[in-house]
Design a protein around this ligand. Structure first.
Ligand code: FAD
Length: 467
């Protein structure tokens, strides 16, 4: 089938993060007569670019310029403030669009499995803490206690763990120039946190953060990495049968250099990497059981080669006193009605983006992209490659006649959905409405010397739209 001469195809995308927008980009490029509607649950677009990426990484957020350009293509309609599953169902989308692409990301997080972690105040997921400093409406009232203790523990040694450690330890004058939420900045002004531990169940050779993010910690004025260099050298020596690749060697060199560096100014804050430590118990103040005072962990040893090492408990325990604990051990996608879900891997089961039923057969017209497709790993660029794979699956289904145009878009797609939304009293926020929110946020930011001040509540966002 000649794609240049295709009749009109209607496509619904669920989620306006990189997974959704990059898939749209490829379809707009290769399918001339496509009509794409991108549905987003929040009144504002771009997913984790807005609510995940750290405020001091403005260059990473520049990718939204590309998405903005796509949103201005007359063949794409951005429809925010519509949650698929509750406002419209996947079945309703499927009955009115030729293809539905699930790109709804990962809106939950993995837990440690220690008693009380859900109820103990100041034991938080990195997802919540990140959402709080990035003005995600769900977490605007999180209000972490940063004053009762000088020590925070972050469980995890990936880039998100470094992001939260950096925000806790960064000079305020630097953070104040970013788009960090004002409520978070206010709270950080009164913070007493001076030391952050990053805890890993395995060793230095299994650290998953990258050199760029590590370097940002190492050049931060007044901050010192506290680590015994022999922890690194011994581990590297023990794994001498498995020479690390260049990236890992560079990472180990950076840690070693920082461990032995003498700071030019006396450090006011410190951080450390603690390895072979598996959290087992949250410790509370005996006179106030709701107050976290420490973490007990079990020491582990590693079994197996470095790239597949397993942490094995040793029966030896230790305690770190701390008043704030952030678990950064991974995000997790949730199931959505009418769609198969692999609850072991927490993804929508798929083959090259084609969603599979319980028998492993592709479900016609249903696709997945982004974190819900491959799991919550990888950077924005990873989502671009994998969105391209999903779009290619759609194009090939069209070419071989498995996916046909269901008719004029005027009688399908958003024409039908907008009627349902009206009946259900849902107020869609379209691209022009988002531009009004965007402009209001930039103006607020200008007053505070920031690139933007994000509106942190749904009501505030909708108020701007209704004006
Ligand atoms: P998301 O970006 O999460 O987008 C999913 C969208 O779907 C969201 O907007 C969500 O609101 C919406 N949605 C959810 N449910 C529904 C529903 N039912 N109906 C409609 N819409 C729905 N990558 C980098 O390259 N550089 C970085 O510096 C970086 N920093 C990061 C920091 C953090 C804290 C995190 C968590 C990730 C970071 N990443 C970074 C990774 C990057 O953000 C992800 O790779 C990428 O955002 C995944 O894209 P996605 O579209 O799958 O998910």
């Amino acid at each position: 089938r000649d794609l240049a001469a295709t009749p009109e195809y209607t496509v619904a995308i669920v989620g306006s993060g990189p997974g959704g927008f990059y898939t749209a980009q490829k379809l707009l490029k290769d399918l001339p007569d496509v009509r794409i509607d991108v549905y987003e649950a929040l009144p504002v677009p771009f997913g984790l670019i807005r609510f995940g990426v750290a405020p001091d990484h403005p260059e990473v957020k520049n990718v939204v310029h590309k998405f903005d350009a796509l949103a201005q293509d007359p063949r794409l309609r951005l429809i925010c403030n519509v949650r698929i599953d509750t406002d419209l169902t996947v079945d309703e989308l499927r009955s009115s669009y030729d293809a539905v692409i699930l790109a709804y990301g990962a809106s939950a997080d993995k837990e440690l499995g220690v008693a009380n972690e859900r109820n103990m105040p100041n034991v938080l997921s990195a997802r919540a803490f990140v959402g709080w400093y990035n003005a995600l409406p769900e977490y605007k009232d999180l209000d972490p206690d940063l004053e009762s203790s000088d020590t925070a523990v972050v469980i995890g040694q990936g880039n998100v763990a470094l992001d939260v450690a950096r925000v806790l330890l960064a000079p305020l004058e630097d953070l104040a120039k970013t788009d960090i939420a004002e409520h978070a900045l206010e709270k950080l002004r009164g913070s007493k946190i001076r030391h952050v531990y990053l805890l890993g169940r395995r060793g230095p050779l299994q650290i998953s953060f990258t050199a760029k993010e590590l370097r940002e910690m190492l050049v931060m004025p007044g901050l010192k990495l506290e680590i015994d260099p022999s922890v690194i050298t011994n581990e590297v020596a023990a794994a001498s049968d498995y020479p690390p690749n260049r990236a890992r060697t560079r990472l180990m060199d950076l840690v070693l250099q920082a461990a032995s560096a003498t700071p030019s100014v006396p450090p006011t804050r410190t951080w450390s990497l603690l390895f072979n430590a598996s959290p087992t118990e949250l410790l509370s103040d005996p006179s106030d059981p709701s107050r976290l005072v420490g973490l007990r962990y079990e020491k582990t040893r590693l079994e197996g080669p470095p790239d597949a090492a397993r942490a094995v408990p040793t029966g030896e325990f230790a305690v770190i006193p701390c008043g704030l604990l952030l678990r950064s051990i991974g995000y997790k996608s949730l199931p959505i009605s009418g769609v198969p879900f692999d609850s072991k891997r927490n993804v929508v089961p798929n083959k090259k983006g084609k969603v599979l039923d319980d028998e492993g057969e592709p479900i016609p017209g249903l696709y997945a992209s982004g974190w819900v497709k491959r799991g919550p790993v990888g950077v924005i660029a990873t989502s671009m490659y994998d969105a391209s794979e999903t779009a290619t699956s759609i194009l090939s289904d069209i070419r071989c006649g498995d996916l046909g145009p269901g008719g004029e878009s005027g009688t399908r797609g958003y024409a039908v959905m907008s009627q349902l939304l009206r009946e259900r009293g849902v107020e869609p926020v379209l691209y022009e409405d988002w531009l009004a929110i965007d402009s209001a946020e930039r103006k607020l930011g200008e007053l505070r010397g920031k690139p933007r001040e994000k509106l942190a509540s749904l009501e505030e966002m909708l108020e701007v739209v209704r004006k």
